[in-house]
Design a protein around this ligand. Structure first.
Ligand code: AMP
Length: 375
């Protein structure tokens, strides 16, 4: 092996990074609480429970990265005294706190919904007065997949919202954005400052979890350059290395940034088959200091998450133009355990595939047969 990359976290993102690394003679190791994690089949897992976990992890690799944005900064500080880590600590620290993230978007002139920091019942009342209703109250740290959120629709709910989220101490209140759709832009920056961006994905959620992404996002020709400009500002400002994701709302007033993820992202899984170089391979290339690959689209693609229960493998593989990715995870309600990439060659085939897939997937899914992509 030419190089070893140590990754914080050993979930499906780490697994897919390691899968992309192997053909480049790059090995991954993982620091993870669950030694039986999805990445375990691909490389050594160092248990976070081990007495010298960070020390062992430090010795296991040449350079470090992450698949988990809540990677403890204290651990990063120990590692980076000795070896390099990408993305940089600063990007991670900002992404771990919604208020710092919003402040950075403001600083770089990336539009966001009006917001206020909230740390008391009184400041929540002020935020409601300033921003109006409805608004979305979120914990500033630790939230994911819509957890740690409360949509405040009337002033009578203020006490309840505070009772539910107040103990988190640091909150953010955001004006409710009446968006027409949600999209994400994923980009990669190399150690030499090269930036490459994948086409926008249009993201659809079911019970707060990503259910499927359509790439390129339909009718996004005007949005792509703007989204690309926003993410490039972030990458350059942070002197970022690796893959970064920016989630955006599409509104009548243009694009509003929601949040960034300093890592590969579920809405980029389509790129394994749909792009010349996937988000996983390009992340590995960037972290290893190698030239970046082309992010060009091979073919419009729909990525569908497998949530909660596995479909029958043969059923999925029986669909022409479908690729199956399983993460070796046990079934549990609401858990992402795999994904399917649909690569139809014409629109009628996509309609048929969506219809067939909706029948095959055990979970009722908000997957409509009327997904339109330009083929
Ligand atoms: P987040 O955890 O910030 O990604 O939010 C989860 C989901 O909540 C988003 O994907 C949106 O669907 C919704 N959401 C978040 N913030 C807002 C907002 N300010 N206005 C309307 N919907 C929002």
């Amino acid at each position: 092996m030419d190089k070893t990359i140590g990754i914080f976290g050993g979930g499906q993102l780490g697994r897919m990074m390691a899968q992309a690394a192997l053909p480049l003679n790059i090995q991954c190791t993982f620091l993870e609480a669950n030694v039986d994690c999805p990445a375990a089949q691909l490389g050594q897992v160092i248990s976070t429970q081990a007495a010298n976990a960070i020390h062992d992890f430090l010795n296991s690799a040449d350079v470090f990265s992450l698949e988990f944005e809540n990677t403890p900064l204290a651990d990063v500080d120990v590692l980076t005294q000795h070896k390099a880590m990408f993305p940089p600590r600063q990007a991670l620290a900002i992404a771990q706190h919604r208020l710092s993230e919003k402040a950075l978007f403001d600083q770089l002139d990336i539009p966001v919904a009006p917001y206020r920091g909230v740390d008391s019942l009184e400041s929540l009342q002020h935020a409601v007065q300033d921003l109006g209703l409805p608004l979305v109250l979120k914990t500033a740290t630790g939230g994911y997949d819509g957890k740690g959120q409360f949509v405040l629709r009337s002033a009578e709910q203020i006490a309840q919202a505070w009772a539910e989220l107040g103990p988190a101490k640091s909150l953010i209140a955001e004006s409710f954005v009446h968006f027409s759709r949600e999209v994400s832009i994923i980009a990669v920056r190399g150690q030499n400052g090269d930036v490459k961006t994948w086409p926008l994905a249009e993201n659809h959620h079911h019970h707060g979890i990503l259910s499927h992404s359509i790439v390129p996002a339909p009718n996004s020709a005007d949005l792509q350059p703007l989204a690309q400009d926003y993410i490039t500002r972030l990458l350059n400002h942070l002197d970022y290395v690796g893959v970064l994701t920016l989630e955006l709302f599409v509104t009548d007033q243009g694009l509003f940034a929601n949040e960034m993820a300093p890592r590969v992202h579920n809405s980029g899984h389509w790129s394994i088959e749909g792009a010349v170089c996937s988000q996983f391979e390009n992340h590995i290339r960037a972290v290893a200091g190698l030239p970046l690959g082309s992010t060009e689209l091979i073919r419009p693609t729909v990525m569908v998450n497998i949530i909660g229960k596995h479909p029958r493998t043969a059923d999925v593989l029986g669909l022409e133009g479908a690729h199956l990715h399983l993460y070796n995870k046990t079934e549990r309600e609401g858990r992402k355990i795999g994904h399917i990439t649909l690569m139809p060659t014409h629109s009628e085939q996509l309609t048929t595939l969506c219809r067939q897939l909706a029948q095959i997937l055990p979970e009722p899914l908000a997957l409509h047969a009327d997904i339109q992509i330009e083929l």
